[in-house]
Ligand binder design. Structure first.
Ligand SMILES: Cc1cc2nc3c(=O)[nH]c(=O)nc-3n(C[C@H](O)[C@H](O)[C@H](O)COP(=O)(O)O)c2cc1C
Length: 185
């Protein structure tokens, strides 16, 4: 009997703060994965060096190699990021810059959750994310991109959102993203 290896959803949060809402949204996504999928939360954001073409050589810095390997091994990526000063956090933009000079993102199914509760719904950061992703040649799965406001009070002690409607909506996004992946189920 042949056993298919699980497909991998890579979760990438644009926030490095403790108790981050964006990481909680992604952890919630992980808790709604369909069968045949596993989730990996990328945790190296704060360790990446500032992007420089001078460092972007064969070999390259270990954190960059690890980032690219995580993306290469993923069947789909899900992002969630805060807005800082009207656009992407510098640390997260830096991560994306490290993916531009490589082909790891080419054709990769990607989507995002937007958990912002701000009146302008962090529109600037998600517009910027769309712009930068276009340079990576990732495939944005529009049906999986979701505005889903998450209040800090909705995050349980386990770091996952408990509100049933929020969970249902995030689960719908995850299903749309995973179903669009080449080995989607
Ligand atoms: C320096 C700074 C700048 C911010 N700028 C914006 C902004 O331009 N627009 C916005 O909606 N929120 C802004 N915020 C609020 C954060 O986006 C908000 O706290 C977000 O929920 C943080 O997500 P996290 O909990 O995942 O870190 C800013 C926060 C900080 C600390």
């Amino acid at each position: 009997m042949s056993v298919h290896p699980a497909s991998t959803l890579l979760l990438v949060s644009g926030s490095v703060r403790r108790g981050t809402v964006n990481s909680a949204a992604l952890a919630t996504a992980a808790s709604t994965l369909p069968g045949g999928w596993q989730a990996t939360m990328y945790s190296g954001l704060a360790d990446l060096p500032h992007f420089s073409p001078d460092l972007d050589t064969d070999g390259g810095p270990r954190p960059v190699l690890d980032l690219r390997a995580a993306i290469r091994n993923a069947d789909a990526l899900l992002f969630s990021t805060p807005e800082y000063a009207g656009t992407l956090p510098g640390a997260f933009k830096n991560l994306l810059e490290w993916t531009i000079g490589d082909t790891v993102m080419t054709g990769k199914p990607v989507a995002w959750l937007n958990p912002s509760t701000a009146p302008r719904r962090a529109a600037g950061t998600y517009q910027a994310l769309r712009t930068v992703l276009a340079y990576t040649a990732a495939r944005i799965v529009e049906d999986a991109c979701l505005d889903v406001p998450v209040e800090r009070g909705q995050i349980g002690a386990d770091g996952v959102v408990t509100h049933p409607d929020v969970r249902r909506r995030i689960g719908g996004s995850v299903r749309a993203l995973t179903a669009s992946a080449p080995n989607g189920r």
